[in-house]
Write a protein that binds this ligand. Sequence first.
Ligand code: PLP
Length: 360
Amino acid sequence: MERVYNFSAGPANLPVPVLEKAAKELVNYGEAGMSVMEMSHRSKMYIDIFDQAKNLLIELMNIPDNYKVLFLQGGASTQFAMVPLNLFKNKKADYVNTGEWSKKAIAEAKRYGTINVVASSEDKIFSYIPELDSSTFSSDADYFHITLNNTIYGTRYTELPDTGNIPLVTDMSSNILSEVIDINKFGLIYAGAQKNIGPAGVAVVIIREDLVGSALDITPTMLNYKTHVGNDSMFNTPPTYGIYVAKLVFEWLKDLGGVPAIQKINEHKAGLLYEYLDNSNMFKGTVATKDRSLMNIPFVTGNDELDNQFVKEAEKAGFVNLKGHRSVGGMRASIYNPMPVEGVTKLIEFMKKFEIDNKN
Ligand code: PLP
């Protein structure tokens, strides 16, 4: 069976050369006589892999020296709790509600303090990024939280809020490494791995040093950033194999020319699909033009039956996981870094043909 074009929102497709390298090294990693999966996380050979993964991420994202990089478990969802547990002093934070993942982050933070939702786009099914008015920001907030790219609704911030001295915290799960960002604008960045980094089971946290070390007393040891900073992510057994695959993905990205190069490719891929959607008589994008994501592109025909027929026929033709999230309906094409340009151009050809075949 040939490989399909996988438009899943996550876990998503990985670069084929990465899968091939992992397959080649699966049973016996170089001179090790064993798989990376079988190695002690304290062995020199594994620590080399870990250090390379970390240093590659630092290089790719241009992470300054005053930030710590952690590879943790528990997915992005555990960060919804770790952020307030570690950053609360006044037990107050500002959040912007731009969709399901923001809502989950807000609900979790509310367990530990007072949350001020400064803006929301729920009135229009989260199809845009709300305008932010800094006069509504809390002057005594411990941090300000945004979801930089909204996986389900296909929106992304193209401009960051100016939060002054208040640390900006972001969930970057679905757009980390997809475009150049200035780390200095953030106090803390977190991301689940299973879209642009590697297999599920790894979460990356990039945290400014001064934000480590003042967790609430109730914070469990495993949820305290200090625990992991102090042990270089090796307090307990880290997700060793996932970090190794992440290292392979980082090498792949570096060889390609790094984040500036993939950003150009991503803008090209997304641009092709948006251009087609803007000109199609059958398919329409659901997101405000200025807030369109480069990674997740929802679209609809306006007819549920036709949507279902499209998803079914697309799957038969090798374009899988195009069904939209249940709260938006229709379709969603997730086109993360590893999706080749050809995956998008072939999808567009398929959509054009579907449009002709089903014209009434
Ligand atoms: N945040 C965003 C933006 C996501 O897209 C997802 C998952 O798709 C999550 C958080 C949850 O991540 P995890 O499953 O790693 O907890």
